[in-house]
Write a new protein. Structure first.
Length: 402
């Protein structure tokens, strides 16, 4: 945060305290429990959560710090956050992927950048979805819907990003247009019954002109039948190493609904027959690279998992919009700090071990601070490291105190 000139010294100290606390606290990260660990009471914490913080700038600086190269790929995804009560801001019915149906609660929309070296995802921007925005007719250009709200997050993308990966929910014309407007390409997944049609070959166009000398030239050569593929129109690709069970084909097809040509990568798992259709409006990039970009999107699931397990994403104890926004951003920014430290200092190999390291370090410092300055006890560096590693899943490779 020291490199961010737009953050005051007061806010920097506040954020350092709150970010370290995210992993040191035993139990829920709510105001009551946090006040037991910090030199701040509940009211002070509530005042802190009312402050405006430029989270995008902080996360952007963290990404620059953690990544050895500028990011080229980004991901956009949403996550359900359970919440009881009736008066909380943003409370509505949202899709809960863990239950495969809509539930009453809150939702956050996350924009992440992928590390070109490791593929790991880092949060750049997170926003809470407001209630009252229509979730019907998402592709209607004359109506502001949840789709429009989600796509507004793309404004934070750095210039180095060329492709945005998103799940099948974003396989809509609005999403393609929004990403195209930013000079980038969308990579998404199509439905199993996607309506696509083959482009006519030059031979088919010539035959049509000879048969029908008048009228429009032939552009398309029939609809793609997913149960009976026309193998001559598809190119079979070599499966990547370790994925020999996948049969991968690719072709450029036209989508009447999306009003554009798409590079489609059709993947079939020969072990169980499962298949999926990855599509992008980038017709030039290697199809296997398109597949890899989409698969990188699943790294975002680790963001939500780790934030819920270790940095208190679902522990919010407030109903106000500003405090909820602060809470969600604090949770995911703290996770960014943890992953950046793990990569730079090569300390732990999992967020679970990092959280345990911070808890143990906090306890160790508590003991040391309560000893007399002249006290003599056998806490050499090796012994202290053993204390820090209590409960680790994997032993750390370097000695580092958060």
């Amino acid at each position: 945060m020291a490199k961010l000139t737009n953050i005051s010294h007061r806010d920097e100290k506040m954020l350092q305290t709150l970010i370290c606390q995210r992993f040191a606290v035993q139990g829920k990260d709510n105001f009551t429990n946090m006040s037991r660990y910090l030199d701040a009471n509940e009211q002070t914490l509530r005042v802190w959560f009312d402050r405006d913080v430029d989270w995008r700038a902080i996360n952007g600086a963290l990404c620059e710090l953690a990544m050895s190269q500028p990011p080229r790929f980004a991901g956009l995804d949403c996550s359900f956050v359970s919440k009881a009560g009736d008066q909380t801001y943003g409370l509505a019915k949202f899709w809960d992927g863990s239950q495969s149906k809509a539930h009453k609660g809150l939702e956050i929309c996350c924009l992440a950048l992928f590390d070109p070296e490791t593929g790991e995802a880092y949060t750049l921007d997170v926003r809470q979805t407001p209630a009252g925005i229509s979730d019907k007719k998402l592709d209607d250009p004359g109506q502001y819907t949840r789709m429009d709200f989600y796509l507004e997050a793309l404004e934070a993308l750095p210039a180095s990003v060329t492709h945005v990966a998103a799940d099948s929910f974003f396989a809509k014309n609005k999403a393609f247009q929004a990403v195209e407007k930013l000079g980038k390409r969308l990579v998404t997944k199509l439905r199993s019954d996607a309506n696509l049609r083959y482009l006519a070959t030059e031979a088919e166009k010539e035959a049509c002109r000879k048969e029908n000398k008048r009228g429009r030239n032939l552009k398309y050569a029939g609809k793609a039948d997913w149960q009976n593929l026309d193998e001559e129109r598809w190119q079979t690709l070599q499966s990547p190493e370790g994925q020999g069970h996948l049969k991968i084909r690719t072709a450029i097809l036209n989508s009447p609904n999306l009003e554009r040509n798409l590079r489609v990568v059709y993947v079939v798992d020969t072990r169980n027959g499962n298949d999926w259709r990855i599509a992008s409006d980038d017709l030039e990039t290697d199809p296997l690279e398109i597949k890899k970009i989409y698969e990188g999107r699943f790294q975002m699931e680790y963001i939500f998992r780790d934030a819920k397990q270790h940095s208190g994403l679902t522990d919010e104890q407030t109903r106000k919009q500003q405090r909820l926004d602060f809470h969600f951003n604090l949770s995911l920014t703290a996770l960014n700090f943890a992953k950046a430290e793990m990569k730079i200092y090569q300390t732990t190999r999992s967020v679970a071990d990092y959280a345990r390291l911070v808890k143990n370090e906090w306890t160790l410092n508590l003991f040391k601070s309560n000893f007399d300055l002249n006290a003599e006890f056998g806490l050499n560096e090796k012994t202290q490291q053993k204390i820090r590693e209590i409960g680790f899943i994997h032993k750390s490779r370097n000695i580092f105190s958060p």
